[in-house]
Design a protein around this ligand. Structure first.
Ligand code: FAD
Length: 232
């Protein structure tokens, strides 16, 4: 594939939902995420109600609440969409031309070009995960948070708030907390999802607003509707 019409960074609940809907409407979408093993990976099992017709609803199986099984069903649905290219890479910065964003640079090397770039990076900007006395750079259990993209955004002048989330102990995982950065509300326009500092740049999901899986999915669908309108 050449340049994407829309490139989404982060295949979590919000980014995956948006990519799925856009691709089903015929938009050429790239969905770039740092690990294919964590596509749409929940902290705890999702619980309905979910937005009707959403990817979240399709991937949910009340008879099988295993997190890995939910992730596998969602990934399969994404991979089966012909206009959607799901691939593993870590975004390290934005490619800029004038005041506009034309893609992202990646840790792996090849730049990825797109007409529009959406940051849907969840709890991974400047993230610190704490289990008891142990602290590490991670946005979720077993998933590192790399500093490059966050440092790049800081250097461009973006402002952030600090947020925190907690995961209770379960029979198979320890309890832990994640501290992360979200874009400052003045950087983001809720109606258009735009990060106002640069043209062609949008943000979605937990990196701009708090909420549960259903809200993240709803926001993904709302972004898709907005971009479909913009793309005509
Ligand atoms: P995520 O689902 O986190 O997805 C972001 C994706 O972006 C990740 O897959 C990550 O790998 C990828 N990524 C990050 N940086 C890069 C990069 N530079 N390049 C490429 N890919 C990148 N909500 C609930 O309903 N139930 C819960 O139990 C729950 N528990 C939570 C626990 C914690 C600790 C936190 C912080 C939040 C929790 N939430 C929960 C709230 C929220 O619903 C979830 O965090 C949800 O996963 C957010 O969706 P998202 O798409 O914004 O981000």
């Amino acid at each position: 594939m050449g340049a994407y019409q829309v490139l989404i960074v982060g295949a979590g609940f919000a980014g995956s939902e948006a990519a799925y809907r856009l691709a089903r409407e015929g938009v050429r979408v790239g969905l770039l995420t740092q690990s294919l093993d964590s596509v749409m990976m929940p902290f705890l099992p999702p619980r309905p109600p979910f937005p009707e017709g959403s990817l979240l609803e399709r991937a949910y199986d009340p008879a099988d609440e295993r997190l890995w099984a939910f992730h596998a069903r969602a990934k399969y649905l994404l991979e089966a969409e012909r206009n959607l290219h799901l691939f593993q890479a870590t975004a390290t910065g934005l490619l800029l031309e004038g005041h506009g964003v034309v893609g992202v640079s990646t840790w792996e090397g090849p730049p990825v070009r797109a007409e529009r770039v959406v940051l849907a990076v969840g709890s991974f900007l400047g993230a610190r995960l704490r289990i008891g006395e142990v602290e590490e750079e991670a946005g979720r259990l077993s998933e590192a948070s790399y500093p490059d993209l966050f440092q790049h955004l800081l250097a461009l002048g973006f402002r952030f708030l600090e947020r925190e989330g907690e995961v209770p102990e379960t029979p198979t995982t320890p309890g832990y907390r994640v501290r992360y950065r979200a874009f400052h509300p003045e950087e983001w326009e809720a109606a258009t999802f735009r990060l106002l500092r640069l043209e062609g740049l949008y943000a979605l999901g937990l990196c701009v607003r708090e909420g549960d899986y259903a809200l993240m999915s709803q926001e993904g669908l709302r972004l898709a509707e907005h971009l479909l309108h913009e793309l005509g």
